[in-house]
Design a protein around this ligand. Structure first.
Ligand code: ZN
Length: 152
């Protein structure tokens, strides 16, 4: 038996983060969401490539459908009002699955996050959606906001 030292808090924060499954970025993303954005206990939607699968790529339409169902459930049951999209540098979803690399990679991720944010807003009226990019700086990870114009 193992007992976690972290006490259970029953309150929901009504926010979710959509992130890549890549566990190497997990602690830093938690730190960013919980400390910087002040969203403890945020709901986690982790899928390879994060919101990249919501950007209408033909090769990932199945993931897209699953993702939409997952998010819709959380929106309804957990009454989400805020969704945070986080992409990360050198994401294998792009380099391996979509075969995008080099200078094109970050540009494509930026476009995809904008498309995904727009999609989430259209699926869920009134949802506050933000996008961030996680980048390695030496042994650390920095997060920058990628502003998305409303009503694209
Ligand atoms: Zn990734």
């Amino acid at each position: 038996m193992f007992r976690s030292s972290h006490p259970f808090n029953i309150d929901r924060i009504h926010a979710a983060a959509v992130t890549c499954s890549d566990g190497r970025w997990g602690h830093q993303i938690d730190d960013f969401l919980e400390t910087h954005l002040a969203l403890p206990r945020y709901d986690r939607v982790a899928i390879p490539g994060g919101a990249g699968c919501l950007a209408g790529h033909l090769t990932t339409w199945k993931e897209e459908a699953v993702f939409e169902h997952q998010l819709a459930l959380l929106v309804e049951v957990h009454e989400l009002s805020r969704v945070v999209l986080v992409a990360h540098q050198d994401c294998a979803f792009y380099t391996v699955r979509l075969r995008v690399a080099g200078d094109e990679l970050e540009k494509r991720q930026r476009e995809d996050l904008a498309i995904a944010a727009d999609r989430v807003r259209r699926l869920h009226q009134g949802m506050q959606v933000e996008s961030y990019f996680a980048r390695r700086r030496g042994h650390h990870v920095e997060f920058e906001e990628w502003k998305i114009p409303d009503g694209r």
